[in-house]
Design a protein around this ligand. Structure first.
Ligand SMILES: Nc1nc2c(c(=O)[nH]1)N[C@H]1C(S)=C(S)[C@@H](COP(=O)(O)O)O[C@H]1N2
Ligand SMILES: [Mo]
Length: 219
């Protein structure tokens, strides 16, 4: 044992590393991931983009597409796909991290930033959480301050091509700092609330917060 009561050898090293991650995570919560290791603990890098969902891949045609912004906002609104595409568009590059342990780097996205939607909807002072509802019945939740980040988007393109139906096209959520289950595919409704409401996986044993660098996988 060393001074800190950590056994010598490989395990001790692992504990130190995990302590480092925990420390960095605590210091950086709500800020950028700049000083974190790029690959979160327990993840392995892949080159492809696996498909994971409930086994229902709704056919959201451009005609059927609607995006409803509802709940604790000053100005609720509904957009058709044309109206969504007419909002200010932005490009973003980010990594993806799935709880099933794959990560991939440098995905190029195009879409509407969360902040553009927030400016238009104007959440009420009471709004603290955001629930995403998708066409397959899937739901997932984040805090408003986690949605209100510069790297959060509603995306329609991946690596310069429209997002496929399997990956949640025509429009899906992208919240790259959390495990991918927080990024709803086939998003239909974004609900602002004064209280949290755990979603599909969050009520089935997944962690409510889903930070990959803190390994918030289950629980
Ligand atoms: N609408 C919807 N969104 C969803 C899911 C789902 O089943 N339905 N699965 C989530 C989970 S568990 C994962 S890991 C990612 C997978 O996204 P991908 O299939 O594009 O890789 O989507 C998330 N978003
Ligand atoms: Mo997942």
């Amino acid at each position: 044992m060393d001074d800190d009561g950590v056994p010598e050898g490989a395990r001790g090293k692992l504990i130190e590393r995990k302590q480092d991650w925990a420390r960095e995570g605590r210091l950086l919560t709500g800020t950028t991931a700049d000083h974190r290791q790029r690959l979160p603990p327990g993840q392995r890098l892949v080159r492809d983009w696996p498909v994971l969902d409930l086994g229902i891949q709704p056919d959201v045609t451009p005609q059927k597409f609607r995006l409803d912004i509802v709940g604790a906002v000053e100005r609720p609104f509904t957009l058709t796909l044309d109206e969504f595409m007419a909002l200010p568009q932005a490009d973003s590059v980010s990594d993806m991290h799935c709880v099933t342990q794959w990560s991939n780097y440098d995905n190029r996205w195009r879409g509407v930033s969360a902040r553009t939607l927030l400016e238009r909807a104007r959440p009420k002072p009471t709004a603290s959480h955001v629930i995403f509802h998708a066409h397959d019945g899937y739901t997932t939740n984040v805090r408003l301050d986690q949605f209100d980040q510069p790297d959060v988007f509603l995306v329609h393109s991946w690596n310069d091509a429209p997002i496929s139906r399997a990956h949640g096209g025509p429009v899906r959520v992208l919240i790259p700092r959390f495990y991918l289950w927080k990024s709803a595919k086939w998003v239909q409704r974004i609900e602002f609330r004064a209280t949290d409401r755990p979603g599909f996986w969050e009520t089935r044993g997944y962690h409510n917060n889903a930070d990959p660098w803190l390994e918030e996988r289950y629980g």
